[in-house]
Design a protein around this ligand. Structure first.
Ligand SMILES: [Zn+2]
Length: 295
């Protein structure tokens, strides 16, 4: 793990893991993809004892190491309300994406982490007190809904904010312009809210550590806006089905999709369509099994 400042650390990988260490005791913010990700993150420290885990949200690349840690340390897991249901019952993730019992091809480690039990449910932004051998500290949760149903970030006493996937780095957006979103309205609100979250530094899971996130917030807002405009221009003065919108987005963003990526992208398109319906930019009609969207 790399040292940031004070007692705060992070392990830079495909999905970064945060840490707050006092003596031989360590708190983790998210746990990476699987056993090996979290093992790599903590092996920088000799004889370390993980005393608690804070999950930002339930996506498998953020809670994949929970089960390993639960087995090896007597430690509690904290996670936000709703996200806890998915962490404890990973089958819910491919089930909501597919909207029925999911095919075996969707039941993989990218969509389903090993299940873990979450005894501490976070439902608001009240500080959470954690006891180390030598001190009592407060972790400050910050509601950052939108990317997932109820994502929270966490700020340590060193003023380092671990933001999960509330922000995606500008480089990642270049490569994957269809950024994952569950609720576009809440996602946009969280991005504006992040402008007010004052911290010495910010760890974003897919991107690393930053001391200034102004430009990244702007890139994320732009990415959501670009997809909204693409959907609206595809509909034009006519009508479009979900398949037509998906096809246009796949061509424009040059998406290569396996079955998992197909359903993830489809879910993002559903989120954008829901938002456009909500702000009354589009309407829908249903004819013989086909739902069509128009302005
Ligand atoms: Zn995520």
């Amino acid at each position: 793990m790399q040292h940031i400042t004070g007692n705060s650390f992070f392990f830079h990988s495909q999905s970064s893991i945060g840490g707050y260490k006092r003596g031989d005791q360590l708190l983790l913010f998210d746990t990476g993809n699987d056993d090996s990700s979290v093992k790599k993150a903590i092996r920088a420290f000799d004889n370390i004892k993980v005393i608690a885990v804070f999950n930002t949200h339930s996506h498998a690349d953020h809670c994949g190491g929970n089960a390993y840690l639960s087995k090896h340390f007597a430690m509690p897991i904290y996670a936000p309300y709703l996200e806890t249901s998915f962490i404890e019952n990973p089958i819910l993730e491919p089930t909501y994406l597919f909207s029925a019992s999911p095919p075996v091809s969707l039941q993989n480690k990218f969509l389903m982490a090993k299940p873990s039990t979450v005894p501490y449910v976070i439902s608001d932004e009240s500080p959470i007190s954690i006891s180390f051998d030598d001190a009592q500290i407060d972790i400050q949760p910050v509601a950052l809904r939108g990317h997932s149903p109820n994502q929270f970030g966490y700020i340590t006493p060193d003023s380092v904010a671990y933001l999960g996937d509330a922000l995606i780095s500008s480089e990642m957006i270049e490569k994957h312009p269809l950024i994952f979103t569950f609720d576009v309205k809440e996602h946009i609100e969280s991005l504006h809210r992040l402008k007010m979250v004052k911290a010495e530094g910010y760890v974003i899971a897919h991107g690393g550590y930053f001391t200034d996130i102004t430009d990244i917030i702007h890139s994320n807002l732009e990415a959501l806006d670009k997809t909204q405009n693409l959907i609206l221009s595809t509909i034009g003065n006519g009508k479009s089905t979900f398949d037509e919108l998906h096809r246009k987005i796949a061509y424009t963003y040059q998406l290569t999709e396996n079955i998992g990526q197909y359903w993830l992208n489809r879910s993002v398109i559903h989120a954008h369509v829901k938002y456009l319906l909500e702000i009354e930019m589009i309407n829908f009609d249903i004819d013989h099994g086909v739902i069509c969207f128009s302005k």
